[in-house]
Design a protein around this ligand. Structure first.
Ligand code: UD2
Length: 316
């Protein structure tokens, strides 16, 4: 779907050793770009940085590192964050430094387009479903507050700034998501357990809904926005805007379990436990803004994405 020649481009991926960032770094390398990854490996893993990328181990809060890398970039994908909601709650001062302040510095100091990883967390408990980009911004905790502050700053940029856009990720899944933390995405946990004959734990009645989007569709959205900002600058329809990155096809956890059950050999055991404190019941996004503005559509269905994850974990 790419229309641009990436070969002369210098691409900075903050958080490029993480789940989404490492997929993105591989893709832009394949497109021929010169890629630099900045990651402090607090949650990322340096072994995920693709060969061929220039890897700088450091934090986005370090002004010298930030300045020197921004000076050498033609486009920045800013994905680095403390993405764990409980970690942000435990240390709001530190998470504010990383998720809000350093992010604002990157957006204001970059002399080039910035594509920022915002989050569906900024919507809080939905008041209407499906959630479109005009839905009220009412985050429930520090993580959502910090993402909302940067998202809002991007939306207030004028034509005199550098080009920037915010992509609000819903529940991203795919190969390479670490299942080992209790805060990992539910699909990586479920697949890990289902393929090792361990029971799944469902918090609540399993009727909560989520809009799961495959990481490869997230990457194509990031690239579509980057190309538009690179080509048109602040005249790009993405500049100063925010977009939902989702499928518009929510599923319940019980439906997810059914798909996994049909895809694995053997029987799947599920245990129901109390609902997780602070959980949102329904999350379902509307992605028509991005679809209408760019030639983008989610391509990988949940069933395809899950069966790919299952076959890969069974190959290991
Ligand atoms: C996502 C983000 C979170 C924050 C939040 C904002 C991830 C991993 N988390 O949380 O960072 O942005 O959205 O709304 O992307 N569950 C089970 N069993 C398990 C694990 C989870 O039943 O073993 C349930 C969990 O209680 C929840 C659902 O699965 O109802 C999805 O959980 P999640 O942690 O994958 O994602 P979510 O949407 O709660």
């Amino acid at each position: 779907m790419t229309t641009m020649d990436w070969s002369p481009k210098r691409v900075l991926v903050t958080g490029g050793a993480g789940f989404i960032g490492s997929h993105l770094s591989s893709k832009v390398l394949q497109l021929g770009a010169n890629v630099t990854v900045l990651d402090d490996c607090s949650s990322g893993d340096s072994t995920k940085v693709p060969p061929g990328a220039n890897f700088i181990e450091g934090c986005i809060t370090n002004p010298e590192i930030r300045e020197s890398l921004l000076n050498d970039a033609d486009v920045v994908f800013h994905l680095a964050a403390i993405a764990s909601v409980p970690l942000c709650e435990d240390d709001p001062r530190h998470s504010d430094l990383v998720n809000r302040q350093a992010s604002l510095d990157i957006i204001l100091d970059a002399g080039c387009p910035v594509i920022f990883a915002s989050s569906a967390a900024i919507y809080g408990e939905p008041v209407s479903i499906p959630i479109n980009e005009t839905h009220p911004i009412k985050p429930l905790g520090h993580y959502g507050d910090q993402k909302a502050a940067v998202d809002s700053a991007i939306r207030s940029l004028g034509v005199g700034s550098n080009p920037a856009t915010a992509l609000r990720f819903f529940n991203v899944f795919g190969q390479g998501q670490d299942p080992s933390s209790q805060y990992s995405g539910v699909l990586s946990i479920f697949i890990d357990r289902a393929t090792t004959n361990r029971p799944l734990t469902i918090f609540g009645d399993g009727e909560q809904t989520r809009d799961f989007i495959h990481v490869s569709d997230v990457i194509s959205a990031l690239i579509a926005c980057a190309e538009s900002l690179l080509e048109l600058g602040t005249m790009s329809p993405a500049h100063g805007e925010a977009f939902n990155i989702c499928t518009g096809k929510p599923v319940t956890l019980n439906q997810v379990v059914k798909v996994i059950d049909e895809s694995i050999e053997g029987s799947l055991e599920c245990r129901y436990e109390d609902e997780r404190a602070g959980d949102i019941k329904h999350s379902s996004g509307d992605c028509s803004k991005l679809q209408d503005m760019f030639d983008w559509s989610p391509m990988i269905s949940l069933t395809e994405g899950l069966s790919d994850l299952i076959s890969n974990s069974q190959d290991v």
